[in-house]
Design a binder for this molecule. Structure first.
Ligand SMILES: NC(=O)C1=CN([C@@H]2O[C@H](COP(=O)(O)OP(=O)(O)OC[C@H]3O[C@@H](n4cnc5c(N)ncnc54)[C@H](O)[C@@H]3O)[C@@H](O)[C@H]2O)[C@H](O)CC1
Ligand SMILES: [K+]
Length: 495
């Protein structure tokens, strides 16, 4: 159930189900029943309910909802954008099932209604909402009624989560078969409220037949690939992560990443510290080891020992030629790499150089963990990125352009693999917006890759564990707290 279907994929699933012998009106009836059930669950006693119907099948669902709610004894008013004779197909048939009056939609006023069912636009939203519908949406949002959106809040693009001009602010959303990317991507997610996925008879086999490449990020996606220490194991079997430190006044980021890597399960972690910062680092490290490593040359020496299986490069490392050379040395040694922060910025507008790093590191895994600013500097000119319609497609294009796994961070972090797979994360709480949490994320992913977890799975798992750790701690979180919450997160994953 983790697949996320685009509007086109949903239509294809619809079409295949209909071709398989289920009439479209049956799907619409089931969709309407699912929405009506949510409304009835909400409406303790008889309620005044407004059902707002658009000109297509989203509106068609609305007519089914209206009929069912009226039959259940509620005071239902239907407002439609177009008269019934302008409806076609299943929507026309559903409208015929509504025996009550059909009032105009334009100019709609709340007039104390208790519940609004938003059945104006769903998967067929094709352009920005314009007058007079913008005023209707504003009236719904100001009404103070409980708003239930059918499929997608009207005005939200189901594929991208974008607001097309203006959009309904729903208290809950009922969608069908699977969620869409727009239910997880911002700002769409913020318009949905809780999203209920109704089974309307579209089978898992039908969904599987679509070869969907996008999923919601959750343990079900990668739990099977998590490293599990075995009783006979020893620390060397769990890999050795190296984290490169900045100079004496810039060592905290590397220590945050290093501790996170240890808590993520790496058998050993070493901070590769400039000689000038060894004392600073050594004074604050215990289980994490520290080695004096002087720039790219020093790193090349260190990596002559094959036991160093993965590296995190970037947190407060410094921007420029020396960092670029350290990245190139680590890639040439074919070690798993997490490139974050300064390592990313050091390759700004140098996609060719980044591509070279990725190809020379193969088959080792490479994960890039940019925030939006670093992403723009890295991929602003990349093929397909400028044209991408959504954060999901931008991350996908960047992964294809770089050959690396790309973690495009934010409240709706997208993890994209060069082969087209992608996952959208939805468990990041607002407390993660504090200094150093990015360093911790890089460390968690590095710690998992040190244990040979494949790059895409390690990136998805790392992002999810990072969010779960932040939720476990709650308000007042600072970056240092995150690694300490990982044991609790591990227990939920390994039980
Ligand atoms: N398996 C399923 O997902 C099912 C989905 N159902 C419902 O069908 C809609 C999709 O219906 P569709 O007719 O394709 O599109 P909409 O009803 O969303 O849009 C209607 C129509 O509106 C016009 N339009 C688009 N944008 C605008 C705009 N900004 N302003 C004015 N008019 C606009 C355009 O012509 C569209 O065609 C899906 O969401 C579900 O609710 C099935 O009922 C059950 C199975
Ligand atoms: K809708």
């Amino acid at each position: 159930m983790l697949e996320l279907l685009t509007c086109a994929e949903m239509a294809a699933a619809d079409g295949r189900t209909i071709a398989g012998g289920t009439p479209g009106i049956v799907l619409m009836e089931r969709a309407g029943q699912a929405v009506a059930e949510r409304v009835l669950a909400r409406a303790a006693g008889p309620r005044r309910i407004a059902v707002l119907c658009g000109p297509g099948n989203n509106g068609g669902d609305g007519f089914v909802v209206a009929r069912l709610l009226a039959a259940a004894g509620h005071d239902v008013a239907v407002h439609a954008l177009v008269p019934p004779d302008r409806l076609t197909g299943d929507a026309a048939e559903a409208a015929r099932g509504w025996e009550g009056e059909i009032l105009p939609l334009a100019g709609w006023r709340a007039d104390g209604v208790d519940i609004v069912v938003d059945a104006m636009f769903g998967a067929g939203l094709a352009r920005d909402i314009a007058a007079p519908l913008d005023a209707v949406i504003a009236a719904v949002n100001a009404a103070g009624a409980h708003v239930v959106a059918v499929d997608v809040p009207s005005g939200i693009d189901g594929d991208t989560g974008a607001v097309r001009g203006c959009a309904i602010q729903a208290d809950e959303t009922v969608t069908f078969a699977r969620r869409k990317p727009g239910h997880l991507l911002m700002p769409g997610r913020g318009h949905c409220g809780p999203v209920h996925v109704a089974d309307i008879g579209i089978t898992d086999a039908t969904v599987a037949g679509l070869d969907v490449r996008t999923a919601a990020n959750a343990p079900g996606l990668w739990r099977g690939e998590l490293p599990r220490p075995d009783a006979a194991g020893h620390k060397y079997k769990r890999g050795h992560l190296v984290v490169a430190s900045g100079g004496p006044a810039r060592t905290g980021a590397a220590r945050l990443a290093a501790r996170a890597g240890l808590r993520a399960g790496a058998g050993l972690v070493t901070v590769a510290s400039p000689p000038s910062a060894v004392a600073v680092n050594a004074a604050q490290l215990t289980a994490v080891m520290v080695r004096a490593v002087d720039g790219a040359e020093g790193l090349a020496d260190l990596l002559s020992d094959a036991r160093f299986s993965a590296l995190v490069l970037g947190p407060a490392l410094g921007i420029g030629e020396e960092t670029r050379r350290m990245v190139e040395v680590a890639a040439a040694a074919r070690r798993h790499l997490v490139l974050d922060a300064d390592a990313l910025t050091s390759f700004s507008n140098n996609l060719a150089g980044l591509w070279q790093v990725v190809t020379s590191a193969a088959p080792a895994g490479i994960v890039l963990t940019p925030h939006e600013g670093e992403f723009a500097r890295l991929f602003g000119e990349a093929e397909g990125v400028a044209q991408a319609r959504s954060k999901l497609e931008r991350a996908r294009a960047a992964a294809a352009a770089s050959g690396a796994v790309v973690v495009l961070k934010g409240p709706d972090t997208v993890i994209a693999a060069p082969d087209g797979r992608a996952a959208i994360n939805e468990n990041a709480p607002p407390w993660l917006a504090t200094a150093g949490t990015g360093d911790v994320l890089a460390g968690i992913i590095g710690g998992l890759m040190a244990q040979e977890m494949p790059a895409f799975a390690a990136a998805c798992a790392g992002v999810w564990m990072h969010g779960a750790a932040a939720t476990a701690f709650g308000p007042g979180l600072i970056a240092e707290d995150l690694p300490e919450m990982l044991p609790q997160v591990w227990r939920t994953l390994l039980d």
